[in-house]
Design a protein around this ligand. Structure first.
Ligand code: NAP
Length: 250
């Protein structure tokens, strides 16, 4: 990983933050993205490698393209894009769910990931190499109750990843995705709009994955020999069987 340039969206928290730490230990140079500048600055100070920070909301098409097109020349040759930014908003049946929650999930998790990919691609295409790793979810493999739109967004990430792998097959660019089950991050705090008690309940008695567990998997995908593409990796806590069956400790 020494001297490789890694572009991580959603590096200000959870899986993105842990992934930045994991790659920094391998000497990679990191482009850290998110909306919370102060968090990214704390992370950058902690890491012992060259970093640059990009502040944009992935839903803002112009901001995404401006930020990536205006990267300094020495940061433009991105080796690995980790499309991690995303969240769930609400856990409600269709009939009572809020439209603004749907917009946030579809615009961020789906369109935002697509914009970032499209903006980063020209440099990978001219280099005839690169690696794109998307954060899907077990929610993108099986739908669970009250998760119709979050699950839709992650099914879309899975479909986009498969299509991208076909489109880039002739270009020497690897495309894969990782689909975690329950990971103990800020994810549920965001989903339940700061209801801390409700958020903590999600991870009770399940021995959830940590952000580091997922970062290890991403590092494994990125470190595989050039001829190996880890196309689709599902990673669950042992106590979780699928997106809606788990064996919680009482
Ligand atoms: P997290 O701790 O809440 O982190 C989410 C990250 O995404 C933050 O850094 C946030 O940064 C960024 N982000 C969210 N919306 C954004 C937007 N519109 N524009 C730019 N950045 C945005 O959650 P996490 O668990 O690490 O989630 C990371 C990814 O893993 C997500 O795609 C999530 O769907 C997926 N995932 C999570 C779980 C889980 O159980 N936690 C399971 C499967 C998949 P700012 O707020 O600073 O912008």
């Amino acid at each position: 990983m020494e001297d490789k340039i890694i572009f991580i969206t959603g590096a200000s928290s959870g899986i993105g933050w842990a992934t930045a730490e994991a790659f920094s230990k391998r000497g990679a140079q990191l482009i850290l993205c998110g909306r919370r500048k102060e968090k990214l600055e704390i992370l950058a100070r902690k890491l012992d490698v060259k970093t640059t920070i990009l502040i944009f909301d992935v839903r803002d098409k112009k901001a995404v393209f401006d930020a990536i097109e205006n990267l300094p020349e020495n940061w433009k040759k991105i080796d690995i894009l980790i499309n991690n930014a995303g969240n769930a908003h609400g856990l409600d049946p269709v009939q009572t769910a809020k439209l603004e929650d749907w917009d946030a999930m579809i615009d961020g998790n789906v369109k935002g990931l697509m914009y970032v990919t499209k903006a980063v691609l020209p440099n990978m295409l001219s280099a005839k190499k690169g690696h794109i790793i998307n954060l899907g979810s077990i929610a993108g493999k099986e739908v669970y109750p009250n998760g119709s739109v979050y699950c839709s967004s992650k099914f879309a990430v899975d479909a986009f990843t498969q299509g991208l792998r076909i489109d880039l097959n002739s270009e020497g660019i690897r495309v894969g995705s990782v689909h975690p089950g329950l990971v103990d991050t800020e994810f549920s705090e965001v989903r339940f709009k700061g209801d801390h008690q409700r958020a903590r309940k999600v991870y009770q008695g399940i021995d959830a994955l940590s952000a580091n567990d997922v970062a290890d998997a991403i590092l494994y995908m990125a470190s595989a020999p050039e001829k190996v593409n880890v196309a689709d990796l599902v990673l669950l806590p042992t106590r979780q069987a699928n997106s809606y069956v788990s064996n919680r400790e009482k």
